[in-house]
Design a protein around this ligand. Structure first.
Ligand code: HEM
Length: 331
């Protein structure tokens, strides 16, 4: 499919959703403490497991935060990112998800909860809670997570390829992808701060370093010194390798404001990060957070934006299911 057509898909999806009736995010019936009566230990169990998981492998914190975003943007926050296909047609088989990690961690939490509260806590809720705990355990804020999501049992690789913005997106593309999910410019600027933790494979940004316009050139909007460092870390010939670099160098495992300082200094790793500077409202937010003396306001904004993203097209009530294993094979 041509790039132009691929980029139109979110707009078409928006029109279809509008035609189908009120946005399902508006109808979402999530609550704080959904499991208070049925499994009061649920949140504590997720947190304890997350602490143990991150003690074994701290690099899984960003992966679980990313998983919540990738789950929510593809058919809503319904745990479908976990489903498997023997034919390679599940969301997790799609290009944007091939670098996804943390599936075993979610399964481990699920197995523990199945022992304590069988068939009660959905995979989608586990992912939402794990993302929150991952942020908190990376020295970020703790915030209340709404729960009550049910799990979907449909997974289509193409949906993931269509609904997740590629890293070479400009700000117009980014706004289109996010507005389909009822998220506005401010939500974009806030949620992108998630790139304060984690790593990226060279392949996701290599074009910026070696062949930006097809003339073997470098992206002129990327800070030249940073680009030189990246070229050393990601040599042209090693582009398809497994090398990873921190997205927020210097503080790649601490959830803080340094991401915004890098972006403001034209050192955002992906074009989509840099694109925040190309729109008045997202740029304003970057400037504000890059110059903030404390992360408190950002933490509040982040909590609100995560709760909002967590409402995206959720299944609730008698919709969907709660299953014993998150990563079952659908075919
Ligand atoms: C236009 C939007 C976005 C684009 C293009 C994008 C792109 C990417 C890419 C290319 C990677 C590196 C993957 C790899 O090579 O391993 C990445 C990592 C990551 N993304 Fe995003 N992202 C976007 C939005 C978000 C949002 C909204 C969140 C969270 C709410 C998020 C959280 C993360 C995290 C935490 C990582 C690090 C993962 C790890 O270390 O395993 N991203 N993103």
């Amino acid at each position: 499919m041509s790039r132009g057509r691929r980029r139109l898909l979110p707009v078409l999806a928006l029109l279809l959703v509008a035609a189908a009736g009120p946005s399902s995010s508006a109808e979402a019936e999530l609550v704080f403490g959904f499991y208070n009566a049925t499994c009061p230990i649920a949140e504590g169990v997720v947190f304890a497991e997350m602490r143990a998981i991150l003690q074994e492998d701290a690099t899984l914190a960003p992966s679980l935060l990313r998983m919540h975003y990738h789950d929510c943007f593809v058919q809503g926050c319904d745990g479908s990112v976990m489903l498997r296909s023997r034919r390679g047609t599940a969301e997790r088989d799609a290009a944007p998800n091939r670098s996804m990690r943390g599936f075993d961690a979610v399964e481990r939490i699920k197995a523990r909860l199945e022992m304590l509260c069988p068939l009660t806590v959905s995979c989608a809720d586990i992912i939402a809670m794990a993302a929150r705990d991952a942020v908190h355990l990376s020295q970020g804020p703790w915030y209340e997570v709404e729960t009550g999501r049910r799990d979907g049992n449909v997974t289509v690789a193409e949906y993931a390829a269509n609904d997740l913005a590629p890293p070479d997106s400009n700000i117009v593309d980014v706004k289109t992808f996010f507005s389909v999910k009822s998220l506005n410019s401010r939500d974009i600027a806030v949620l992108f701060g998630s790139h304060s933790i984690g790593t990226s494979h060279c392949a996701a940004f290599q074009k910026r370093l070696y062949n930006f316009t097809g003339a073997m050139d470098q992206d002129p909007t990327l800070d030249a010194r940073y680009a030189r460092r990246l070229r050393k870390l990601c040599p042209r010939a090693g582009g398809r390798g497994r090398t990873k670099v921190p997205i927020d160098p210097g503080s790649g495992f601490t959830f803080d404001l340094s991401y915004y300082r890098h972006v403001l200094a034209t050192g955002g790793l992906f074009q989509s990060d840099g694109s925040l500077l190309h729109d008045a409202s997202t740029r304003g937010y970057v400037e504000k957070m890059a110059n903030a003396s404390s992360p408190d306001e950002y933490y509040k904004d982040f909590a609100a934006a995560m709760v909002k993203m967590g409402r995206t097209d959720v299944l609730h009530g008698s919709q969907g299911e709660v299953r014993t294993t998150c990563g079952v094979f659908v075919d």
